[in-house]
Write a protein that binds this ligand. Structure first.
Ligand code: F6P
Length: 359
């Protein structure tokens, strides 16, 4: 392997730079390869000349491992197979992206992405015959085939910190605090943060919640003698029989958002409680990666390069049963990995008496 490309794709998260660093260190020190960093994900491959830079060991002076974001830039819009044509429609620009990869003369490509990016990159690699290895990252932790994605642990730590801040002010004012967290269609962040942060109720997309049950939980907490309640609400949580809530970005895009406000309004109406809602938003994506995310990113980066060098491409590195593993991209399927309602975390939440959407 003489020349390896690396790119980040999809929403950023903490630990991406640690993964890039591991890829570069392993490829150069272990295989004497040249590493090319592609800028702004697949978008950089549409530009001519292609937006890319050589990544040398001298770039990694010590700070990069600790830094949030991605030194390569990323995009979570502009799927090359359905690229906005500027007239309200979409066009297929995958051929241009593949041409961009060929122009770089790569022997293999490492793509660090979430479940959507992984599908797009696999499709590109299949179409263009590009030796490709994926590294899973996303705060949502919903990439199938792996128990852990880069960025999840830091997002949960940030959410728990928020609950640690909300609890004393909730107690001081005898309030119900609703904390809305990200996670798209999966409740992994909400469930883990809710357990670690002492939530009384955790509302996740996997279990459309029962408002009467939630109101009853508030009463039960009061009957226990506690004067405040913490409710964690995933951004795609919805009431039983209801729809998820969306918000419009200033630029016109549409995202999940507002679920916490809906829960808060209903709760205030149903119980008369003094309710406040906090939306943590993109704070969960930034910040310095935790030690767990740095470790995971480093393990994944090294393993991905070893796979590429061994010609074991068409695979994604993964975390399974407490160790690094790898899985064929063709085995991943199209659905995000959602919370297993029979799994240990859901059982733990129920075991702690946390209201998980229904009794
Ligand atoms: O997939 C990661 C994620 O942060 C989701 O949790 C969230 O719904 C979405 O991305 C937000 O995307 P954007 O960066 O486009 O606002």
């Amino acid at each position: 392997m003489r020349k390896l490309g690396v790119l980040t794709s999809g929403g950023d998260c903490a630990g991406l730079n640690a993964a890039i660093r591991a890829v570069v260190k392993r490829a150069i020190s272990g295989y004497g390869a040249e590493v090319v960093g592609i800028l702004q994900g697949t978008r950089g491959l549409l530009d001519r000349p292609v937006k890319a830079r050589t990544l040398e060991l001298s770039l990694f002076t010590g700070e990069v491992l600790r830094q949030g974001g991605t030194m390569l830039g990323t995009v979570n819009t502009g799927d090359p197979f359905a690229f906005p044509d500027g007239k309200g429609g979409v066009i297929d620009r995958s051929g241009e992206v593949l041409d961009g990869i060929r122009k770089l003369g790569l022997d293999a490509l490492v793509g660090i992405g979430g479940d959507g990016s992984m599908r797009i990159l696999k499709r590109l690699a299949d179409q263009g015959g590009i030796p490709f290895v994926g590294i899973p990252k996303t705060i949502d932790n919903d990439v199938p085939g792996t128990e852990m994605c880069i960025g999840f642990h830091t997002a949960v730590a940030t959410a728990v910190e928020a609950l640690d801040c909300l609890q004393p002010t909730a107690a001081s004012h005898q309030r119900v605090m609703v904390l809305e967290l990200m996670g798209r269609d999966a409740g992994h962040i909400a469930l883990a943060a809710g357990i670690a942060g002492g939530a009384d109720a955790i509302l996740i997309p996997e279990v459309p919640y029962d408002m009467d049950g939630l109101a009853a939980k508030l009463k039960a907490v009061a009957a226990e003698g506690r004067n405040h309640v913490l409710v964690v609400c995933a951004e795609a949580a919805r009431e039983r029989g209801g729809d998820p809530t969306f918000k419009h970005d200033p630029g016109g895009g549409r995202h999940y958002g507002g679920a916490g406000q809906v829960v808060g309004e209903h709760l205030a109406k149903a119980t008369g409680a003094d309710v406040r809602v906090t939306v943590l938003g993109h704070v969960q994506r930034g910040g310095m990666p935790t030690s767990v995310d740095r470790m995971l990113a480093s393990v994944f980066g090294v393993h991905a390069v070893d796979l590429a060098a061994a010609g074991r491409t068409g695979r994604m590195v993964a975390w399974r049963g407490g160790d690094v593993a790898d899985v064929a991209l063709s085995e991943l399927g199209n659905d995000p990995r959602r919370v297993d309602l029979e799994g240990s975390q859901a059982r733990t939440a129920k075991g702690l008496g946390i209201f998980l959407g229904k009794d």
